[in-house]
Ligand binder design. Structure first.
Ligand code: GTP
Ligand code: MG
Length: 454
């Protein structure tokens, strides 16, 4: 317990042993409880520095944390000890559950920072070690990042499935079959003189065909997984003054955008995040579309058109006074919405409905529940079901695997060496999804969004 190294003595160089890292793993304080994690070969020593007795592995013990120099009590709390390799990072881990006060944490970090071989963890470093120690694969790490960032139920479900290996299990099973197919072709190449070999390349190509037929539907999901991660965008667009900002405020249940009777009020696109039936929706209010000599308004209109063209769904608004035809660029998923229903009579409302319009009044709330229900259904249709593929990185790797598999299918069959090469490339592409191959290339990309303590 007295092995603290004074700041002046240089740390002994131990090139092979990884450093022991520590960080606050719970949210920023002050809070009722804060969890400090320590991972690395000297984690146990880190705990011994504060407490008299190490708890039994994986059992929480109520302990007194003392300053090792002054023997002054820093705090009372819980300590846990997870010996390697049965820990989250695969290394020795210690968890200190303290009261989440700034002075307590500062005292604990001061002590830890002075121990030989200890240093504060970098962003995502615990997870990175878990990955390098084979505790998590790459897809699971991505799932973990999404799980922590998940804001809605559907996002949470999708992230949890990925964290628990839904995608990895599938990809690994495909890869195992691919390796079998590869072995068949290689056997054929090795035993080319023997009569007994049967048509091994044909069997390998049959497996490749089956695999391609399984991978392609997973890719043909209209990027649902990515959309669910990022949120599905609904743009509110139309002529000036038809009530776009008022509708946004109504749906957001707050005064997010300025409303006024003066046409051309909104200039910048205004975004509001909503949770519709568990699906994250980004609602965007835009400038009223019209020709304008005012350069600021003209820029607003340009942005409005761009946002509408890029949105997953456009609500094209019109009122009793004007219902402009929508610009050509906004052609895909558009719903015609008639606003200010309170200003027209029931017959006129019915006529509009018969023409396929959604009729609402943001002022009285008329038709708003119906609009929300329709939006929820659409959000669920476009992104409610958790998907297997959640990132462009995974999609590219799977698409590449499918391409190499398909390359061996055409008749007459390509030469055996070529089949073997394509199958190898396909296996490599699949290996990239879980990080079995080329892991270094993507590490920084994946960890850039992780924060310290993860
Ligand atoms: N009676 C009635 N008036 C409404 C309704 N919705 C909006 N208005 C009025 O219409 C005017 C324009 O509303 P905004 O929401 O600012 O319209 P906008 O489409 O955002 O207008 P720009 O930003 O200028 O393009 C305001 O005076 C609102 O009070 C409605 O449902 N009923
Ligand atoms: Mg507006």
């Amino acid at each position: 317990m007295s092995q603290m190294s004074p700041a002046s003595t240089p740390a002994k160089s131990q090139p092979r042993e990884p450093e022991t890292i520590f960080a606050l793993s719970s949210g920023r304080g002050p809070s009722a409880i804060a969890v400090v994690r320590i991972s690395g070969p000297r984690a146990r020593f880190g705990l011994e520095t504060f407490v008299e007795k190490i708890p039994a592995p994986r059992r929480a013990a109520y302990v007194t944390f003392r300053d090792p120099d002054s023997r002054e009590t820093i705090d009372d709390g819980l300590a846990l000890w997870f010996p390697a390799p049965a820990s989250e990072t695969g290394e020795d881990i210690v968890e200190l559950h303290l009261h989440g006060g700034r002075a307590i944490l500062a005292a604990v970090f001061r002590v830890l920072g002075r121990i030989d071989g200890f240093r504060p963890a970098q962003a995502g470093e615990f997870t990175r070690r878990a990955l390098l120690n084979g505790k998590l694969d790459l897809a699971a790490v991505e799932g973990l990042g999404d799980l922590i960032a998940a804001e809605t139920e559907a996002q949470r479900r999708q992230a949890l499935a990925q964290f628990r290996g839904a995608l990895s299990a599938k990809v690994e099973a495909w890869r195992a079959r691919l390796v079998e197919a590869l072995a068949l072709v290689e056997a054929a190449i090795d035993f080319s003189d023997e009569d007994l070999r049967g048509d091994l390349p044909a069997s390998a190509r049959k497996i490749a065909g089956e695999l391609a037929a399984e991978i392609k539907p997973v890719l043909a999901d209209a990027a649902r997984g990515e959309r669910l991660r990022e949120g599905f965008t609904v743009a509110i667009a139309g002529a000036p003054n038809v009530g776009k900002s008022t509708l946004l405020n109504r749906l957001a249940e707050r005064e997010a955008a300025i409303v006024s009777p003066i046409p051309g009020t909104t200039r910048d696109a205004i975004e509001v995040a909503l949770d519709l039936a568990g699906v994250p929706v980004v609602l965007v209010d835009t400038a009223g579309v019209r020709e304008s000599n005012d350069p600021v308004e003209a820029e607003g209109v340009r942005r409005a058109r761009a946002r509408a063209a890029a949105a997953d769904l456009v609500l094209w608004l019109g009122d009793h006074s004007r219902t402009d035809a929508r610009p050509e660029a906004i052609a895909r998923n558009v719903w015609a919405v008639r606003t200010k229903a309170d200003l027209i009579d029931a017959d006129a409302q019915r006529d509009l409905r018969n023409q396929g319009c959604i009729v609402v009044s943001a002022k009285t709330g008329f038709g708003i529940d119906e609009l929300i229900a329709k939006l929820s259904n659409e959000a669920e249709r476009l992104g409610g079901e958790p998907a297997l593929v959640t990132r462009a990185r995974q999609r590219h790797a799977l698409a590449e695997a499918a391409r190499h598999l398909e390359a061996v299918l055409p008749a007459p069959p390509p030469p055996e060496e070529l089949i073997a090469e394509e199958l190898r490339l396909a296996a490599r592409a699949l290996g990239r999804v879980t990080g079995r191959v080329d892991i270094e290339e993507v590490l920084d990309e994946i960890f850039k969004n992780f924060c310290i303590g993860k």
